[in-house]
Design a protein around this ligand. Structure first.
Ligand code: A3P
Length: 291
């Protein structure tokens, strides 16, 4: 495993204990080794493959369950129903092991476009990128990282986290660069761009859009069944999807709503963030609902 580096942020530090490593200039979890990254990026893919991708805390687990149900690939638990080869914490097998998996293979990645599994620029795999408004991502990520060993159980406090997030110094790097790297490719045949807020607002039509993209036929009864199964309350309590650890603790399901940043951001932080958002998103054509 790669050595954990300390954050080279002016404020950094021993105080927060945040762990990461730099990979091609991006802040990444230490468990993404040169080897696991290279084998994920160079993985030979098939036209039947599906890879869901996101910046962390954007509804990845929600999308994962939708895909597992749509493709009828349910195994013992949600986590074992797909493969996440980019980190040596989540996958220890070889490309040969992956070649033996039945179609459609479902993969997960948390990488920007140019670093993703299978190299999307030349891969026949179908990629689905889910994005969420960055204020909710920042908030959700803060509560998540405090419980994760691979982040050193970040305990630097909210204000420091906010600074790190807007400077792109948290694992998976700058939110804007990450999301825009996929947004710019949204017209590519093997890329579908989905928003968390749209899934919240128009679940049925978003589900049908995903199914269409994958050439999977769904009828109204299936839509209803999937909608009920992947509801926040069901996913949080259901043993299959709750991703609870041995103590029964689950950290993937917190509030599950749009706008929880309002309980977290100060007025000043909102102002700083909004100004940055306006600059970075100008002329991109991409916008998010924040409430
Ligand atoms: P909050 O922390 O705001 O509650 P990821 O899976 O990418 O780690 O994202 C986790 C976020 O998605 C958490 O956000 C979690 O509550 C939310 N989430 C997970 N399952 C959901 C569902 N079925 N419906 C709505 N939100 C969900």
């Amino acid at each position: 495993m790669a050595p954990a580096l300390q954050l080279d942020h002016p404020e950094n530090d021993e105080l927060s204990g945040y762990r990461y490593r730099l990979l091609e200039g991006w802040v990444m979890p230490p468990e993404i080794t040169d080897e696991s990254f290279a084998s994920s990026r160079n993985l030979p893919t098939r036209p039947t493959d599906i890879c869901f991708v996101s910046y962390p805390k954007s509804g990845t687990t929600w999308l994962a369950y939708i895909l597992v149900l749509l493709t009828q690939k349910k195994k013992d638990s949600l986590q074992t129903s797909y493969v996440w080869p980019e980190s040596d914490r989540t996958f220890q097998g070889t490309a040969e092991d992956l070649a033996l998996l039945d179609d459609p293979r479902i993969f997960k990645s948390h990488m920007p476009y140019h670093m993703a599994l299978g190299t999307p620029a030349r891969s026949p795999c179908r990629y689905i990128y889910i994005a969420r408004n960055p204020k909710d991502v920042c908030t959700s990520y803060y509560y998540f990282e405090r419980n994760q060993s691979w982040s050193g159980f970040f305990d630097g406090g909210w204000d420091r986290w906010f600074e790190m997030f807007i400077m792109g110094k948290v694992q998976r790097g700058d939110w804007f660069d990450h999301v825009l790297s996929w947004w710019e490719k949204r017209h590519q045949e093997n890329v579908l761009f989905v928003k968390y807020e749209d899934l919240q607002k128009n679940f049925d039509s978003e589900l049908k859009r995903i199914a269409d993209y994958l050439h999977i036929e769904v009828n109204d009864a299936m839509v209803k069944e999937i909608r009920d199964t992947v509801s926040f309350s069901n996913m949080k309590t259901n043993k299959f999807s709750s991703l609870a650890n041995r103590d029964g603790h689950t950290c993937f399901f917190r509030k599950g709503k749009v706008g929880s940043w309002r309980e977290q951001f100060t007025a000043k932080q909102t102002e700083v963030f909004d100004s940055m958002y306006r600059d970075r998103m100008a002329d991109t054509g991409l916008s998010f609902d924040f409430d």
